[in-house]
Write a protein that binds this ligand. Structure first.
Ligand code: NAD
Ligand code: UGA
Length: 422
């Protein structure tokens, strides 16, 4: 079993630390956020992520998981140092490497000889070399090991990955990194670092392309009177196409797909290739926010000025509390710009976010509302009392931007219902 330092205790870092400790390794997880570390030391997990708290408590109780403030404090005995810090979008769309560089600078002088530094953050092609330069150590190898977990099922995805990708020119370092995943059954693909870095961007970009494709097909369905649910079902049985990532919705959001698609366009541009297909994917996604806002306006009778709109769902998808680049927040702001009085509810959001102060229950926001817009696919929304909702609203009208609800059942209760592409 190995000694592993994990730098960054966010969605990826905390999951990586808790799962490696669960697999039997000794893990020290560092963050610069002192309050977060204090919380974690008490066994409290600051994010909504199924199964994570149990693994953190298990690691703390069994003495295989420690939390420290500052990357340098995790480095001295680390055989492996996983970088899991943010790579946000810079002004020109490219990935900002300053957090990666800062973390590498902090651990560089403290790492023991023969340590392996592993990039798990999503980083542009060439970043393995950047980290090598910043570390300035001939006795330390840098390896790329991108992460493919999804928020909401991070622990499950880490422990049951579709594949493990390791990018290294040093075969023995690649084998050492592969051996950390003891007990995890998945194909392991060893490549050179630029290919591993490209696999990560290409995968997220492909998923984003599927979503924009299906949202564009939904627009066609709206125009020609087809039902996108049936269309996707019929497409998905073709094993070359599959059923996954073909759910139409309010557009893709979150901390990764939007920034990674933009970064890939920028990476391609700087290498002399104009990635127009990916530009199209991004522009269809931007249009989708507008399309949903237009459906709400149309449902309200053509104008949103002074109109009360109820919104269910603020997170970028269900089963997470993450609102980074949430399509719901984009749509709420488009509605507010047109004069709507938006009242919102989300089961995972209790405090103000993006200018919205959420209510504590799904019913109160419907009081006097002309339209109810469902923007996140929380399962809880399916089982609410729709007779009560209808009674509270000015008139029962729903724009279901996730095609989540039971349309015939709602229509029987007198709702006017509009979905996406059906
Ligand atoms: P996050 O913002 O949730 O967490 C990052 C953490 O790093 C924060 O807690 C921050 O305080 C800490 N940090 C920043 N600088 C530090 C330093 N010098 N030392 C110690 N800690 C430091 O970010 P995230 O969502 O976990 O994403 C991290 C990386 O992983 C990004 O590159 C992202 O693209 C990639 N990624 C994210 C996901 C996901 O689902 N969120 C999945 C795969 C890959
Ligand atoms: C995504 C990828 O799925 C992960 O593999 C990757 O590791 C991660 O980004 C990352 O690099 O950070 P995540 O951001 O957690 O994971 O969310 P997804 O489940 O991919 O959803 C992204 C967005 O697409 C959400 O807004 C979601 O509602 C939307 N979506 C997804 C659809 O509109 N339709 C679908 O069929 C699927």
């Amino acid at each position: 079993m190995a000694e592993i330092a994990v730098i960054g205790a966010g969605y990826v870092g905390l999951t990586t630390a808790a799962c490696f400790s669960h697999l039997g390794h000794d893990v020290t997880c560092a963050d610069i956020d002192e309050a977060r570390i204090a919380q974690l030391l008490r066994g409290e997990v600051p994010i909504v992520e199924a199964g994570l708290e149990a693994l953190v408590r298990e690691g703390l109780e069994e003495g295989r998981l420690r939390f420290v403030v500052g990357a340098a404090n995790a480095a001295p005995s680390a055989e492996f140092a996983y970088l899991c810090v943010p790579t946000p979008q810079d002004d020109d769309g490219s990935a900002d490497l300053s957090y990666i560089e800062a973390a590498a600078r902090e651990i560089g002088p403290r790492l023991p000889s023969e340590a392996v530094v592993v990039n798990k953050s999503t980083v542009p092609v060439g970043s393995t070399r950047v980290v090598e330069r910043v570390l300035g150590r001939d006795d330390v190898v840098v390896v790329s090991n991108p992460e493919f977990l999804r928020e909401g099922s991070a622990v499950h995805d880490f422990l049951n990955p579709d594949r493990i990708v390791i990018g290294s020119d040093d075969q023995s370092a690649a084998v050492r990194v592969a051996s950390l995943y003891i007990g995890v059954t998945a194909p392991i693909i060893v490549t050179d670092p630029p290919s591993a870095e490209t696999i990560k961007y290409a995968s997220n970009a492909f998923l984003a392309a599927k979503i924009s494709f299906v949202n564009a097909i939904a627009a066609v369905c709206d125009a020609v009177g087809a039902d996108v649910k049936d269309v996707v079902l019929g497409m998905g049985y073709d094993t070359r196409i599959g059923h996954e990532f073909l759910k139409p919705g309010p557009g893709f959001g979150g901390s990764c797909l939007p920034k990674d698609t933009r970064a890939l366009v920028q990476i391609a541009d700087s290498a002399g290739y104009s990635f127009d297909l990916m530009r199209g994917v991004i522009s269809v996604n931007e249009d989708q926010f507008q399309r949903v806002a237009a459906k709400v306006r149309q449902m309200a009778g053509g104008s949103l000025d002074g109109v009360k709109v109820a919104v269910w769902g603020l997170t970028f998808k269900a089963r997470t509390d993450d609102t980074r680049e949430s399509p719901a927040l984009r749509i709420v702001s488009l509605l507010a710009d047109q004069g709507a009085e938006v009242q919102a509810y989300d089961p995972a959001i209790k405090g103000p976010v993006g200018g919205v102060v959420p209510a504590n229950d799904p019913y109160s926001v419907c009081d006097g509302a002309r339209v109810l817009a469902v923007l996140t696919e929380w399962d809880d929304f399916r089982w609410l009392d729709f007779d009560k909702v209808a009674g509270l609203m000015e008139a029962p009208r729903i724009v279901d931007a996730r095609n989540l609800l039971d349309r015939p059942a709602l229509e029987r209760r007198g709702f006017t219902y509009v979905g996406i592409g059906r």
